[in-house]
Design a protein around this ligand. Sequence first.
Ligand code: KG4
Ligand code: ZN
Length: 351
Amino acid sequence: MQYGARFAAIQRKKDPLILGIESSCDETSAAVIRGRVLLSNVILSSAAEQAKYGGVVPEIASRAHTDAIDAAVYGALEQAKIRKEELDAVAVTYGAGLLGALLVGLSFAKSFAYALDIPLIAVDHIRGHMAAAYLADPALEPPFITLLASGGHTAILYTKSFTEFSILGSTRDDAAGEAFDKAARVLSLPYPGGPNIERLAREGTPNVTFPKMFKGGGYDFSYSGLKTAVINYCHTREQKGEAYSRADVAASFQCAACDVLVERAVAACKEYGCKVVAAGGGVVANGYLREQLLSACAQNGIRAVLPEKKFCTDNAAMIAAEGLIRYAAGDFADLSVNACAHIPLGKKGKQ
Ligand code: KG4
Ligand code: ZN
């Protein structure tokens, strides 16, 4: 499969119309942007179906994407009030994620790009989460500090330009979202764990002291100790037949998991002389984290750019946003590009 004459003659526009497609996990999503302005975003989720099994079943996710992809893409075009022939590029998540799920979105995007003879842009899902902030504040310009907290990654980054960043610190074991999901299981909360912990935490008081995360590791994180502490706290009480408040445990866990993200993001801004922190990833949908980050930033004269909650969890708008960066750089994919289950965020230091 090869690009044709229209692609060969492409003149890159300043504010291109980009279709974004996301299908890495249990959300089938499509969005259209014009430059940094969002025109539409459709999210069709199989989360309710997955909840019956306590987590994402890859085969169910792939089938759900197959059923939903048409409606998501044509729904996004309709909402944006544009015809597919007007598109300048298609940006799609090629990894990381569930292989079968990724292939649905990627194959669809390839056919679209081929048929319209416009560039295909292969987007790393996690770079998409980082790019959600570019739409949240279309005036946002580097340098700034990025706080990334998702189901698979937790990191503090120095974003020097839209294509260059340095990892100042990342998690040494579990990601923040993973810790939320594991703590939710211990508390017998259904999938998805993060939002359910947040809901339960609202009924509790953060009066259980969990061990503080290590200091001295720079901007690194470690969530496995916190997860073990939650497991030990609950199991010890259950074995002794002692009552405890699940809501208090949820509230205490939430504080312990989020406070350290806020502290390190603010510390990085101070050390690197940045006045802006941009956040992204599913955990940034957490109301407590958002409040704490906004208030700590305000106290320190820092502006926090937080995408709306629906743009923190998986969505295609963020994929289109990262697509825009790659479009501007002329970073187009070959139509033979394959899906990729794992993509490392990169080593510490400059990318
Ligand atoms: O960023 P994301 O889509 O995952 C990856 O791309 O890796 O986010 C999913 C993660 C899950 O671990 C989920 O529990 C967590 O984000 N999450 C939350 C909330 N909403 C989603 N964690 C805490 N509070 C929330 N409200
Ligand atoms: Zn994600």
